[in-house]
Design a protein around this ligand. Structure first.
Ligand code: NAD
Length: 504
């Protein structure tokens, strides 16, 4: 029988929190004396006291990862063995799904039903995909004169440093670890200080699956302590980052100031939904639009928070969006029926309400949501806000709010629709609603984003899985994730030529 709210609560009470660094196959004490409180955003209660982490933790982890890389205990494994271990890793994640989901739910307020999807479906599926891709990571043989053999071969980069955000704690950790391992690297992962428990547990599961000690290391702590030390470390061969654009830019500086390590940057977004007036089923469409904007309380890098709609349809669509958005109010994340929780922390609540305050100072008024109720509000819960016609200079149009805040803007013709969609420093994703093939094609080509989804229907669809790569544009970063290209990002290419002469 599926666990009830009470079951989840009693399991939560029984957790023995251990947020220490996991290095070389074991938990160790952090070198830092300073600590901070990890809080449950749904209740404000302290879950655990964690160390802020230290450069010495990072150095210890990097040394373990370097030794594990250099002696070939992982990179030297045959393809079948590496695939088998990664497959077992995926299985272990799926088996531990309830435990992992509970950790994410408690640390960042994710509704347990959704955390279970992350841990039971998405994370193991991605690890399995990476396992399956291991022997697709191949070079090419060039056409040459018969006495020469020339080919390219992918090699692991070495020690990969990875830094992850809190919005999908487990999934983000797997998205970093699994392709890096599939390509033969060793890893030092720094999860977000708000949500490090599932990543630490993941490192244990990797060992249980047969990944040798030292190959996956996790160093929790703050960005300014652990994150900066990882980015500055001279023996880290690559840094893979998911998080804000501001931090991504800081990491570029730190790479330049140290060993010039290559970066993969998956940063922020301010993605549009464009709705042309040839679509039908306004209610189904509004449900979709709100889903894509407000899922995970709007704390999704690809959240489509700018809705750009053809003028003739705007009034009807806004009405339907308001009805849909108003159905979402923050509930208890441990209630299996709840799909909308609090924001990930009180700090995130303050950040989002800061943007709403800035919009109010610009004179913008929401058509859904109560700005006055923000004053004196306790906790991290926030119901959705919808604004319309804020203008292209408004903070709500320009900045990534990373919360449940949508803006709706009208357009007159196709050219204006594309111009509005591209009116952002970011370039992660876009959705376009139309049944007109020419419009669809023009929009897919002209929107500068790593993902454009054209929809003529709101009917559910499973999606292409992880088989296709995507890569941010502009301030959203660079470097592919998912697809075979996502594995290749963790490999360095070598050209090899054998000049053997003519056989005598
Ligand atoms: P953040 O940049 O504040 O933190 C991300 C990680 O970087 C955390 O682990 C943090 O501790 C660390 N960090 C912070 N400052 C650092 C520093 N100076 N040096 C090294 N590390 C540092 O982002 P966040 O608030 O955790 O996450 C939200 C952001 O992540 C949003 O901008 C969102 O769009 C982005 N995001 C992007 C994607 C994507 O695939 N493009 C996916 C999820 C989230």
């Amino acid at each position: 029988m599926a666990p009830t709210s009470d079951d989840w609560r009693s399991r939560a009470d029984a957790i023995d929190w251990n947020l220490r660094p996991f290095i070389d196959g074991a938990y160790v004490d952090s070198a830092a004396a300073e600590t901070f409180e990890v809080r449950n955003p749904a209740t404000g209660a302290t879950l655990a006291t964690a160390s802020v982490g230290d450069a010495a933790d990072v150095d210890r982890a990097v040394r373990a990862a370097r030794a594990a890389f250099d002696d070939g205990r992982w990179s030297g494994l045959g393809m079948f063995s590496r695939k088998a271990v990664l497959g077992a890793f995926a299985d272990r994640i799926a088996q531990a799904a309830e435990e992992l989901a509970l950790l994410d739910s408690l640390e960042m307020g994710k509704p347990i039903a959704l955390a279970l999807q992350d841990a039971g479906e998405l994370a193991p599926a991605f690890a399995r995909f990476c396992a399956e891709q291991v022997d697709r990571l191949q070079g090419v043989v060039a056409n040459t004169e018969p006495e020469v053999l020339a080919f390219s071969t992918p090699e692991p980069r070495g020690v990969v440093g990875a830094i992850a955000p809190w919005n999908f704690p487990l999934v983000n950790a797997v998205i970093k670890i699994a392709p890096a391992l599939a390509a033969g690297n060793t890893v030092v992962l720094k999860p977000s200080e708000l949500s490090s428990a599932s990543a630490l547990r993941l490192a244990e599961l990797a060992i249980e699956a047969g990944v040798p000690p030292g190959v996956v290391n996790v160093t929790p702590g703050l960005g300014r302590t652990v994150g900066e030390a990882l980015a500055l470390h001279g023996d880290v061969d690559m840094l893979s980052f998911t998080g804000s654009t501001a931090t991504g830019r800081r990491l570029l500086q730190l790479s330049g100031a140290s060993n010039g390590k290559p970066l993969l940057l998956e940063c922020g977004g301010k993605s549009p939904t464009v709705v042309f007036d040839d679509v039908a089923d306004i209610e189904g469409l509004a449900a979709h639009i709100c889903g894509e904007a407000l899922f995970n309380q709007g704390q999704v890098c690809v959240a489509r928070t700018r809705v750009i709609v053809q003028q003739g349809l705007k009034a009807r669509l806004v009405e339907a969006i308001l009805a849909e958005a108003a159905r979402r109010t923050p509930g208890d994340p441990l209630d299996p029926a709840v799909e909308f929780g609090p924001l990930a922390s009180r700090g995130q609540w303050e950040r989002v309400s800061g943007y709403l305050g800035a919009a109010a100072a610009e004179g913008r008024r929401p058509i859904l949501g109560d700005l006055a109720a923000l004053a004196g509000h306790q906790g991290a819960g926030m119901a959705p806000f919808v604004f319309q016609d804020v203008g292209r200079d408004s903070v709500l149009w320009r900045e990534e709010v990373f919360g449940p805040v949508m803006v709706v803007e009208g357009f007159a013709d196709d050219a204006e629709a594309i111009a509005l969609a591209n009116d952002t420093v970011y370039g992660l994703a876009a959705t376009v609603w139309t049944r007109d093939l020419a419009r669809a094609q023009a929009a897919a080509r002209s929107i500068r984003a790593g993902e454009v989804i054209v929809r003529a229907t709101a009917a559910p669809y499973e999606g292409p899985g992880f088989s296709l790569p995507q890569e941010g544009r502009k301030a959203s970063g660079f470097g592919a994730e998912t697809g075979i290209e996502g594995l290749k990002a963790y490999a360095a290419w070598k050209k090899v030529e054998f000049h053997v002469g003519r056989p005598s």
